[in-house]
Design a protein around this ligand. Structure first.
Ligand SMILES: NC(=O)c1ccc[n+]([C@@H]2O[C@H](COP(=O)([O-])OP(=O)(O)OC[C@H]3O[C@@H](n4cnc5c(N)ncnc54)[C@H](OP(=O)(O)O)[C@@H]3O)[C@@H](O)[C@H]2O)c1
Length: 211
């Protein structure tokens, strides 16, 4: 199966490596195209750098938007007419960082990033918030853990997206556990109770019920 990854920085590059090692074919793009080309060359067979964001979507059934929250809307607007029928997976936290390195939330407290994003997408697109619950280092070290796989939590309001995002999460070397609909995406973000947790499936399911 082919997945596009738009954004090949801190988290996009790690998602790409894990998916590629699970056998996914990848089409990569980035802002200046150099980082996508470098990553495609590092991954080798099965990964190509596309000429741009729209080109990355050609032949892909899913796209991971591994972008800072503040650029998501402009990239979605750029690729909107190529998204119909695809699964869109977003790992972004609704944060911005100032020159001193201080993080602040770009959405009002209590507003779900998943629901905001759903409003930016054209109709007919299946959205799942996933792949953003672990820092890039933890994501890399916890993938393909044995004997018990580590969990990646996800949220989606679209039942058809469940199977597709679960396949991607397993391909990346994790066990998928659904937290609920898009209104639950705050639990996955920085500051959420399910963020940066490396847990197995049983513990993950008990944590979900505790909210
Ligand atoms: N890093 C982590 O550990 C981590 C973990 C979980 C979740 N997240 C979340 O994931 C999101 C991305 O974080 P990050 O650390 O990966 O950021 P990052 O290192 O700054 O990478 C952002 C990527 O987006 C690309 N980009 C920017 N504008 C673009 C455009 N118009 N078209 C195509 N690509 C564009 C950049 O391209 P260039 O390479 O050409 O500059 C870069 O590859 C954030 O919301 C963050 O909260 C990050």
């Amino acid at each position: 199966m082919t997945t596009a990854i738009i954004g090949t920085g801190g988290i996009g590059s790690v998602i790409a490596r894990q998916l590629a090692s699970g056998g996914e074919t990848l089409r990569l793009s980035s802002a200046d195209s150099e980082s996508a080309r470098t990553l495609a060359a590092q991954i080798g067979r099965g990964a190509v750098a596309a000429a741009g964001n729209r080109e990355a979507l050609q032949g892909a059934g899913a796209v991971v938007l591994a972008l800072r929250f503040t650029v998501l809307k402009s990239v979605i607007d750029e690729i909107a007419d190529s998204l119909t029928g695809k699964l869109v997976v977003v790992p972004s936290n609704p944060l911005t960082i100032d020159a001193q390195g201080n993080l602040s939330r770009v959405l009002p407290e209590g507003q779900s990033s998943g629901e905001v994003l759903a409003g930016w997408l054209p109709p007919g697109v299946r959205l799942a918030m996933a792949f953003g619950t672990l820092s890039a280092d933890l994501f890399e070290s916890a993938g393909n853990r044995s004997p018990e796989p580590a969990v990646l939590f996800y949220a989606t309001g679209d039942d058809r997206a469940d199977k597709e995002v679960e396949r991607l999460i397993r391909t990346a070397g994790f066990e998928p556990v659904k937290v609920g609909g898009l209104e639950q995406s705050g639990r996955l973000e920085v500051g959420g109770d399910l963020h940066d947790l490396v847990v197995g499936p049983a513990e993950a399911r008990s944590l979900i019920g505790r909210a």
